[in-house]
Design a protein around this ligand. Structure first.
Ligand code: TMP
Length: 213
C-alpha cells in the first residue's frame, strides 16, 4: 500500500503553512514518514517555474501560458517527487495542488474548466489527492493577514478582491461536489480550534486508510 496524498487549499492568508506544519508533526508522531511540499514548486525546476509564475512579468502573462506553466511545474513535481515518495510509503502533504488550478485559473482567470480537465488528465493520469483540507474564511480576514506579510505582494496577491471571490467560490463548489475527499475547515476560528478540527479529521482519515490495507 502506498502512502496517502493530502493537499491543503484556500485563498491567501487563511493559514495553510502553519497548519501543514501542525499536520506533519501530528502524522510524524504516529510514526509515519512525511514529505512536506508545495505548488507551484517542490523541485528545483518547478521552483524556477514558480519564480516565473509569481514574479513580475513585464510583457504580461497570457492566462493560458500561466495555466500551462502551472501544469508543467506539476508534472515535474509529480514525476520526480510525489509519485516516488508515495511509492516508498511516505505521506505527502502539499501546500496546494490541482484544485488551485481550477480555482485560480478557472475561477480567477475565467479559463474554461474543460481545458483544465484536459491538462489534469494528461499530467496526473488519474492520480488525485486522497484527502484535501480546504481552509475557508471571509475574504477580508485572509486579505488582512496576507497584507501583514513583510514583503511586496506577488503577481497573484496583487489581484483585485473580485478575483479572490471567484477563486473562493470555485473552491467551495468543488468541496461540495466531492464531500468524500474534501474537509472544509472554518479558518476564521482560533488557531487552537482549527488545529483541533484538523487533528480529529486526520485521525478519522488515518483509521479509514488503515482499513483499506
Ligand atoms: P502560495 O501563495 O500558496 O505559495 O501559492 C502561490 C500562488 O500560486 C497563489 O497565489 C496561488 C497560485 N496558484 C495558481 O494560481 N494555480 C495553481 O495551480 C497553484 C498550485 C497555485
Amino acid at each position: 500500500m502506498r502512502g496517502a496524498f493530502i493537499t491543503f487549499e484556500g485563498v491567501e492568508g487563511v493559514g495553510k503553512s502553519t497548519l501543514i506544519e501542525f499536520a506533519a508533526a501530528h502524522l510524524e508522531s504516529t510514526g509515519r514518514i512525511v514529505l512536506r511540499t508545495r505548488e507551484p514548486g517542490g523541485t528545483p525546476l518547478a521552483e524556477a517555474i514558480r519564480s516565473l509564475l509569481i514574479g513580475e512579468c513585464r510583457e504580461g502573462m497570457h492566462a493560458d501560458t500561466e495555466l500551462l506553466l502551472m501544469f508543467a511545474a506539476r508534472n515535474q513535481h509529480l514525476e520526480t517527487r510525489i509519485r516516488p515518495a508515495l511509492d516508498e510509503n511516505r505521506w505527502v502533504l502539499s501546500d496546494r495542488f490541482n484544485d488551485a488550478s481550477y480555482a485560480y485559473q478557472g475561477g480567477g482567470r475565467g479559463i474554461d474548466m474543460e481545458r483544465i480537465r484536459f491538462l489534469e488528465c494528461f499530467v496526473q493520469r488519474g492520480l488525485q489527492p486522497d484527502l484535501t483540507f480546504l481552509l475557508d474564511a471571509p475574504l477580508e480576514i485572509g486579505m488582512r493577514r496576507a497584507a501583514m506579510r513583510q514583503r511586496k505582494a506577488d503577481r497573484f496577491e496583487s489581484e483585485a478582491m473580485f478575483f479572490f471571490e471567484r477563486v473562493r467560490n470555485v473552491y467551495l463548489e468543488r468541496a461540495s461536489l466531492e464531500p468524500q475527499r474534501f474537509r472544509l475547515i472554518d479558518a476564521s476560528q482560533s488557531l487552537e480550534a482549527v488545529q483541533a478540527e484538523v487533528r480529529k479529521k486526520l485521525d478519522e482519515f488515518i483509521a479509514y486508510w488503515e482499513e483499506l490495507k
